[in-house]
Design a protein around this ligand. Structure first.
Ligand SMILES: [Mn+2]
Length: 329
């Protein structure tokens, strides 16, 4: 553990914890975990995100104050800690306001390349399955006991990034931490219900419509679906979790890479998942994005059809370069 990060966290300054736009379970869960650690260490701390919390994750806000740029003024802070991302530019419209305060920026993350982000103090470990793993280990370093609210947040963080311990990043380190979190009050059955039961009835229609639009290309090895602007509007209204669509595409025999193309006002948001052989982080990087070898994303400033064509080309090249392929090495 880097001593400068430990010094910073123990410095009892005013901390603002934030993360990328449209915060996911790892981003929010790790913020919740760190919030309670910093409070215990005697700091003044707030969680403040670019966007409101998805309905499925809203329960995290019951025991922990989670504010956002859409509804609350920016709290003043000496230190901004970015969790699950490493660049202020990932914070959308919040970035400019935070820059104006010129706080110190720290980064706690597990994405490739995050040590080269905006953090002057970084805790980056790309072998960690989730950012929540790193936050849990901070509790250990400070010898602080994890309370029930933090345990729930950190457990959500782990399950969000490991697909409930199904993805290949599920390792002994993650499972050992999960056991400790259950000991500390996180109930897996209760958390699963809160995350996945109680979805909006409109989700069923959105799931069937988006799956009906699926396409299989490259001999069935590349599967994807497109969310046009109209569908995206309804996704937002219903708080629909588009990962369920990606999960269904991933489950098809023969798929090597699954993708979602989500229309946004000036382009497309791309999500990529690999079944293991193709490094989708490298594909996302071609489009200015990033992530992990098996899960990555990018924002592409192109019309949907052009974005699909370019990504398909990149996937085709990646498949052709695999060992054992006719044109591979
Ligand atoms: Mn993560």
């Amino acid at each position: 553990m880097k001593p400068d990060m430990l010094d910073l966290l123990g410095s009892r300054q005013r901390f603002l914890l934030s993360g990328h736009e449209h915060p996911d379970g790892d981003c929010l869960g790790s913020q919740v975990g760190l919030f309670h650690l910093l409070e215990t260490l005697g700091a003044e701390v707030s969680i403040y995100n670019p966007d409101p919390v998805l309905p499925s994750l809203a329960f995290l806000g019951e025991q922990t104050p989670i504010r956002n740029h859409a509804h609350h003024p920016v709290p003043s802070a000496d230190v901004v800690i970015l969790l699950d991302c490493a660049e202020l530019s990932r914070l959308g419209s919040l970035a400019a306001e935070l820059r104006r305060q010129s706080p110190r920026i720290a980064v706690i993350d597990h994405h490739v390349g995050s040590e080269h982000g905006d953090g002057s103090v970084c805790l980056v470990d790309t072998t960690a399955a989730a950012t929540g793993v790193l936050v849990y280990e901070l509790y250990e370093h400070f010898g602080v006991e994890v309370g029930p609210a933090a345990a729930e947040g950190l457990f959500v963080s782990l399950v969000a990034d490991t697909g409930w311990f199904r993805y290949s990043n599920t390792d002994p380190r993650t499972l050992a931490i999960a056991a400790q979190l259950v000991e500390a009050g996180a109930a897996p059955d209760k958390l699963y219900d809160r995350l996945y039961r109680g979805t909006d009835p409109r989700s069923l229609g959105l799931l069937s419509e988006s799956l009906a639009r699926h396409q299989l290309r490259l001999g069935g090895r590349f599967g994807f679906t497109v969310f046009d602007q109209q569908l995206m509007q309804r996704v937002g209204d219903a708080g629909f979790d588009t990962d369920t669509v990606l999960e269904a595409i991933r489950s098809v025999r023969g798929i090597e890479v699954a993708a979602l193309f989500k229309s946004i006002h000036d382009g497309v948001k791309l999500s990529l998942r690999s079944m293991g052989r193709v490094d989708v982080q490298r594909i996302a990087a071609r489009f200015g994005g990033g992530g992990h070898t098996k899960a990555s994303g990018a924002t592409i400033r192109l019309p949907v059809a052009a974005a699909v064509a370019e990504v398909e080309q990149a996937v085709a090249e990646a498949l052709a370069a695999l060992p054992g392929e006719p044109s591979g090495r």
